[in-house]
Design a protein around this ligand. Structure first.
Ligand code: MN
Length: 238
């Protein structure tokens, strides 16, 4: 069998200290998984079970770097998140089985066209164009988990100023619990990535801004946005 044209570029993420790459299968995201962020978005953090949305696998911008400022938004927002990368999977996992499936942890940005998301919410439309646009998911190098949960602080600086600061222990639903819940909805598999929600402090990003994500749990991630707005030129699209 021969493909009718060159198959799409397969997205992959670096692994800290190794020449091997982590191949990305799917990107899932948890909404409102830190109480202070749920409150800042106008929701009651105590009563809502985890809910999920997705981004295309080629929305990943491996290692961050210099990115196009996305088109069609006047209110691009940053959401710094712990990315959980799987080398196992299955369905109906327990939280302990979920943790066993974890390959490693990385720092990610769930970049969001907040204006398009607000419009989608108001009209009961899908979030895809608010959340799943090209390069909407910068992810830094992965650190192998070796069966351990991720601990410590997570923070995001914009142009050197701290905008978001939280603790991974403050997640409403733990990594294992999120994976267990997700595995009741889809069969998880190696290459799947879960973004675990963002702490409070989400806010606007402007052309030319420099974003730096830091944590004890994973290598740092830095993104610089170009000064002009437009469609991303990803490797997948030449
Ligand atoms: Mn998010």
């Amino acid at each position: 069998m021969t493909f009718a044209f060159t198959p799409p570029f397969a997205p992959a993420i670096q692994i800290e200290g190794e020449s091997l790459l982590f191949p990305v299968r799917r990107i899932w995201c948890v909404g409102r998984n830190y109480a202070d962020h749920a409150r800042e978005m106008g929701h009651d953090p105590e009563r809502e079970p985890p809910f999920f949305f997705g981004k295309p696998s080629d929305a990943v911008a491996p290692g961050g770097g210099i990115l196009a400022f996305p088109s069609q938004t006047q209110d691009l927002h940053h959401e710094v998140e712990l990315a959980v990368a799987l080398h196992g999977g299955g369905e109906n996992l327990t939280p302990a089985q979920g943790l066993e499936a974890v390959f490693g942890y990385g720092l990610a940005l769930d970049m969001t066209r907040r204006d398009l998301q607000a419009e989608a919410k108001a009209k009961s439309r899908p979030w895809d164009m608010a959340k799943g646009f090209d390069q909407s998911c910068p992810i830094g190098a992965l650190r192998r988990a070796n069966g351990q949960p991720a601990r410590g602080a997570i923070l995001l600086k914009v142009n050197g100023q701290v905008r978001q600061s939280g603790r991974l222990d403050d997640m409403i639903w733990s990594v294992g619990e999120c994976l267990a819940a997700l595995s009741r909805l889809v069969r998880l598999a190696p290459g799947d990535i879960l973004l675990t929600g963002t702490p409070a402090g989400v806010g606007p990003v402007l052309p030319g801004d420099i974003l730096e994500a830091e944590s004890q749990a994973a290598p740092s991630l830095c993104v610089t946005y170009l000064a002009h707005q437009g469609l991303a030129k990803t490797r997948a699209h030449g």
